[in-house]
Design a protein around this ligand. Structure first.
Ligand code: NAG
Length: 457
């Protein structure tokens, strides 16, 4: 619902008042001289503190690798600033990158990856610190324009959403729109990207694949990495064990979003998994095997999702034991069961903010995690998770909607897919825009209003 205050404010956004802006820039010019002097002074203090600041302390399992102090001293002007990573330091000692046989491509196995990665981290101590929780998000789309006239616009918004999340939580993000293996198109295209990204980013412990038609609808939620580290799980997918083992359903998990640990086990898994793909002579054989094992699979081609379920189902000790089937929250959730709940969730969250001044307090985007944690502790303890919960769903996945081609599943009538996407995208965008002073009052409309001080009241 649009509150009357917001609707009114919609017509008086500051951008419509040039006089106000001119006034602001005039006073800015006035104070420029003073500010630039102050800035130089600040810069001096800051650069000095870089040289005297503490070197980073490697944590947890990366402890023994930590060479923070000694390396920093020998590298002279490439010192770290206050625990930040050092992007200008790459020692002359050789690493796996110097091995001619090391290949980024599917089909050329990497051996001893754990050791190689550990060695690289040892050579790059500023990255070793904090490596345990470092996440690289991967996503992407096809190399050519979308057939759906609004497809590229939708994909841009889906991508913007992921960039927003990563900026707020400090993960890196890589968008790929090239086929890294020419024969591995559509749902197989992600495996070569994951494989190459593990080698390109040895500093990242986790690679987080998120399909182009999935978006983050809870900007506060943080991946519970401790849960996955605790028993050394190497792959996290949204899934349900009974659907895999009892029902033998190809929808027992969703392979559109997953976290995969940057380690040898994952290299091996990707090789075996990709071995069912269209680039192999076994492709047709795998199509038959998968279809005869999982009776609810309707199409004859071998696909990545059924392939992964097959590996879980067939090889428990090798694969299944290291795979965490996440079902406690929407690690990825079906949009059709989510979109209809977003209005009520918005109501609940707005009520929380009405009651609690801390949640209404304006703050820098960089410190939003503090407010997310506060909301969690004070207001979300018994919100539940997943289906039936009034918590914001973490990831909403528009499975079957095909934004780029526009060929959505015929079971969704008319505009349900596109309206659902607009609504979810604006729902997520509102959590971001809020820290910039604006919001979409109508979740189906891209227009915005400025947010008054101490809103909502
Ligand atoms: C939203 O809340 C209203 C009022 O509490 C309730 O009647 C309705 O069933 C809820 N809708 C959904 C989709 O949960």
């Amino acid at each position: 619902m649009v509150s009357p205050e917001l609707a009114q404010l919609h017509n008086s956004s500051p951008m419509a008042k040039p006089s106000l802006r001119n006034k602001a820039s005039f006073s800015l010019a006035d104070s420029f001289l003073f500010l630039s002097g102050a800035f130089v002074a600040l810069l001096l203090v800051w650069s000095l503190s870089c040289f005297t600041g503490p070197s980073p302390n490697p944590d947890g399992i990366f402890g023994p690798l930590g060479l923070g102090g000694s390396q920093s001293k020998s590298s002279g002007d490439s010192l770290n600033c206050g625990g930040d990573v050092n992007r200008r330091y790459d020692p002359d000692e050789t690493s796996f990158y110097d091995e001619p046989e090391m290949s980024y491509s599917i089909g050329k196995p990497v051996k001893n990856w754990d050791e190689k990665r550990r060695e690289w981290l040892k050579q790059h101590p500023s990255f070793a610190a904090g490596a345990r929780d470092r996440v690289l998000m991967l996503t992407g789309s096809q190399p050519s324009p979308c057939k759906n006239p609004i497809g590229d616009h939708l994909l841009l918004r889906f991508f913007k959403n992921k960039v927003d999340y990563c900026r707020i939580h400090g993960c890196d993000v890589f968008y790929n729109n090239a086929l890294l293996h020419p024969q591995m198109g559509s749902y197989w295209a992600k495996l070569p990207v994951v494989r190459a990204a593990m080698l390109a980013h040895p500093e990242a412990e986790w690679i987080w694949w998120v399909d182009s038609d999935a978006l983050i609808t809870d900007m506060d939620f943080k991946l519970p990495l401790d849960r996955y580290n605790y028993k050394n799980h190497n792959l996290v997918v949204h899934g349900w064990a009974h659907l895999i083992y009892d029902d033998k359903s190809w929808t027992g998990l969703n392979a559109g979003v997953f976290l995969i640990r940057n380690c040898q086990w994952s290299m091996d898994l990707v090789d075996v998994w990709a071995g069912m793909g269209p680039q192999t002579p076994e492709y047709n054989k795998w199509g038959q095997i998968l279809r005869s094992t999982f009776k609810d699979k309707l199409f004859p081609e071998s696909d990545d999702q059924t392939g992964l379920i097959y590996l879980i189902y067939k090889e428990k000790s090798k694969w299944a034991d290291k795979i965490y089937l996440e079902g406690e929250y929407y690690f990825e959730g079906y949009w059709h069961e989510i979109v209809g709940t977003l209005d009520n969730t918005t109501e609940r969250y707005t009520d929380m903010e009405r009651e609690d001044a801390t949640l209404r307090r304006r703050h820098a985007e960089k410190v939003s995690e503090r407010y997310g944690a506060y909301r969690e502790e004070r207001h979300l303890k018994d919100a539940g998770n997943g289906k039936g919960s009034w918590r914001r769903p973490f990831i909403t996945h528009f499975t079957g909607c095909q934004p780029c081609s526009g060929n959505h599943n015929a079971m969704y009538p008319g505009n349900t897919c596109w309206d659902g996407m607009r609504k979810a995208l604006n729902f997520a965008d509102n959590q971001v825009l809020r820290n910039f002073g604006f919001m979409h009052p109508d979740p189906l409309d891209s227009s915005i209003s400025s947010v008054p001080f101490d809103y909502p009241w």
